[in-house]
Design a protein around this ligand. Structure first.
Ligand code: ATP
Length: 368
């Protein structure tokens, strides 16, 4: 889409670092299925770029076209300014880390990490030294003699990473590498992986369908939908200024006000959104300060999630909004009693934005 294309141009072409990866007009058909269509994307040298989107949106296919495992139906893949579209995977300066790690079970950790260098006839002493360094960089020094079966999922994931890093590729492609881990380990690995990327300075292209993961780790996020990129930008921009309704809904809760609801609550047309954590839930009639936006409604659903509570409120003006409240003083029984109650939702006008407009909302505060 035009927005994505101009975003790429403004982010990258003015950059002194240059593009490690440049995709132009990339398209892939599998029979009658168009898996990827008209993808333009530049990834800067040393950048952590995440391709985010729902299952089937084309992320993996793009990654595999960068790696050379899938040949594009149309378009071009450049690595470091060189057109590699027709080159086989082994002739591209990239490495891939897969979700299932693909470690050799009969080899030790050290042998697994050395494998690529052995194939390329790197001298034995250098092989050893580089493998030890790579294992150290993923905090696995001292684990070299173990078999993969003697490691936890997170440790296996780090061996796979060390095995990819040891080849010192310009670009590392990661296809849902944390998908098999439980939530706690996954969150820990997100922080570690970002730290390792910063330390080694390699360009990372990371595929996930988990928006939280994308927001946590990335320098920029490319949001995929139906084989196309809907928006490319830094996490805060994608979250706070979604370019399309799809992005607003996929990267967060959509919380849209449109038509009559937008006119009544905001006094304007268009499609507007305000993030749930920006909305306070008050008693009917309760507005503490002037200049705030407010909308009256009835609580349709309350979900207690431990640290926060989600209120789904049906607005008198039509449509509904979700509000997230920190459970500072409340208990689960307190909040559940809210179901069916009339409430007033309140937020600051600067926290509402027009979806796709790229600007914050700024009309004078009025109200329902
Ligand atoms: P997921 O998160 O589930 O891995 P994805 O966003 O990575 O999804 P892709 O794997 O790129 O999506 O698939 C995009 C589309 O292309 C899907 O409709 C998929 O069914 C189709 N597809 C992918 N690979 C093939 C193939 N080898 N043959 C036929 N269709 C394919």
């Amino acid at each position: 889409m035009a927005h994505a294309a101009s975003q790429v141009a403004s982010d990258v072409e003015g950059s002194p670092r240059g593009a490690a990866i440049r995709l132009r007009g990339l398209r892939k058909e599998f029979g009658s299925v168009v898996a990827v269509d008209l993808v333009d994307l530049d990834v800067e040298d040393g950048e952590f770029l995440t391709m985010l989107g729902p299952s089937g949106s084309g992320k993996t296919t793009v990654l595999r076209m960068i790696a050379g495992f899938v040949i594009p139906t149309a378009g071009r893949v450049e690595l470091g300014g060189v057109d590699v579209t027709a080159r086989p995977p082994f002739d591209r300066d990239v490495n891939t880390v897969f979700q299932d790690y693909a470690l050799f079970p009969h080899m030790s950790v050290q042998e697994n990490v050395e494998y690529g260098m052995r194939v390329r006839n790197v001298e034995r002493g250098q092989r050893r030294r580089r493998a030890v360094e790579a294992l150290d960089s993923v905090q696995l020094g001292g684990y070299g003699a173990r078999r993969p079966s003697e490691l936890s999922g997170g440790q296996r994931q780090r061996v796979a990473l060390a095995r990819a890093l040891v080849n010192r590729p310009k670009v590392l492609l990661l296809d849902e590498p944390l998908g098999a881990l439980d939530l706690k380990l996954r969150e820990q690995m997100q922080v570690e992986l970002k730290g390792i990327q910063r330390q080694v300075g390699i360009t990372f292209v990371f595929v996930t369908h988990d928006q939280q993961e994308a927001l946590t780790m990335s320098d920029r996020i490319a949001v995929f939908h139906d084989g196309r990129i809907e928006q490319v930008g830094p996490p805060a921009e994608v979250y706070e200024r979604p370019a399309t309704e799809f992005v607003a809904g996929f990267v967060g809760t959509s919380n849209l006000l449109r038509g009559a609801a937008a006119r009544t609550v905001l006094g304007r047309d268009g499609i507007w959104s305000v993030r749930p954590e920006k909305i306070r839930v008050l008693d009917p009639g309760g507005v503490a300060e002037t200049g705030l936006r407010f909308a009256d409604g009835v609580v349709r659903e309350v979900v207690y999630v431990g640290d926060v509570t989600r209120f789904v409120v049906e607005l008198d003006a039509g449509g509904e909004l979700v509000a997230l409240q920190q459970n500072l003083h409340t208990s689960s029984s307190d909040v559940l009693a809210f179901r069916g109650r009339a409430v007033r939702l309140v937020w600051r006008p600067e926290h509402e934005f027009e979806v796709g407009a790229g600007t914050a909302g700024s009309p004078p505060a009025g109200g329902a």
